[in-house]
Design a protein around this ligand. Structure first.
Ligand SMILES: Nc1ncnc2c1ncn2[C@@H]1O[C@H](COP(=O)(O)OP(=O)(O)OP(=O)(O)O)[C@@H](O)[C@H]1O
Ligand SMILES: [Mg+2]
Length: 234
């Protein structure tokens, strides 16, 4: 299993007010899964993705990522996992405004520690990798632009290219196609499917789009902070 959640709970506290966003989630994701997470707005999708992506911690319960119990990891180990094992596509892109499109995509390759796969790439190797992704997301002509000069859908495509550039074992994508038209949505799904088939990347992505559910190997339905049911697919 690449991801295991055991009775994961998350309570947000806002002053004296508490809100239970996850109320005991049990989930096992195996290598190569192409898993969709569905559910109404506020059901806890983003909260769950943030916990799996190691950008947030649960209030209770156990989270294993890549076979490691995350509560036991040091800050350095967590950083290494976020840089080298996980690709994260946020609902709110999180691109760096001062960097160009090309630089935003290249960034994860520059963050790899000595000895990591990305640190082994030459400058030319990095350029080739970034250019291949720029082509794949249809943004070769925007490579020198800054994120603020792009449309929402274009920024989203940059975020997707950035998440895939390291060829991470696990890709977590929070509504990766929410702001895209059907042509670009299909393009992104194809790119994700290709990474899934070519190097066995595991995908966990939230989506409201029923046509994308058809492409998933599993669809996990969240409701009110719990897994309501799951549909297995072809
Ligand atoms: N930082 C926070 N502080 C307090 N409450 C929060 C916080 N983040 C999320 N929540 C609450 O937790 C619940 C789950 O939010 P979450 O963002 O996980 O939902 P979601 O399923 O991703 O919704 P959407 O489809 O709208 O993106 C919501 O009721 C939300 O208001
Ligand atoms: Mg959300």
């Amino acid at each position: 299993m690449v991801v295991v959640l055991k009775d994961v709970r998350k309570t947000y506290s806002m002053g004296k007010v508490r809100f239970d966003a996850l109320k005991g989630v049990d989930l096992q994701i195996k290598r190569g899964d192409f898993a969709a997470v569905a559910g109404p707005s506020g059901s806890g999708k983003t909260t769950m993705m943030n916990i799996i992506g190691l950008v947030d911690t649960p209030s209770q319960g156990t989270v294993l990522v890549d076979g490691k119990e995350t509560a036991g990891l040091s800050r350095d180990e967590l950083t290494r996992m976020r840089q080298e094992v996980i690709g994260f596509i946020f609902q709110s892109f999180n691109l760096l405004p001062v960097l160009s499109v090309f630089e935003n995509i290249e960034l994860p390759l520059l963050l790899g520690k000595k000895g990591s796969r990305s640190a082994a790439l030459s400058r030319a190797g990095r350029k080739e990798r970034v250019e291949r992704l720029l082509e794949a997301v249809g943004l070769a002509d925007k490579r020198f632009n800054r994120p603020a000069e792009l449309s929402g859908g274009q920024q989203q495509r940059v975020a997707i290219a950035r998440a895939l550039v390291n060829e991470p074992a696990i890709v977590i994508a929070d509504e990766p196609t929410a702001n895209l038209d059907s042509e670009n949505g299909t393009r992104i799904l194809d790119l994700m499917k290709r990474a899934n088939a070519e190097y066995g990347a595991t995908f966990i992505f939230s989506t409201h789009d029923k046509t994308i559910w058809e492409m998933a190997t599993r669809v996990i339905f969240l409701h009110d902070g719990k897994i309501d049911h799951e549909a297995a697919r072809a």
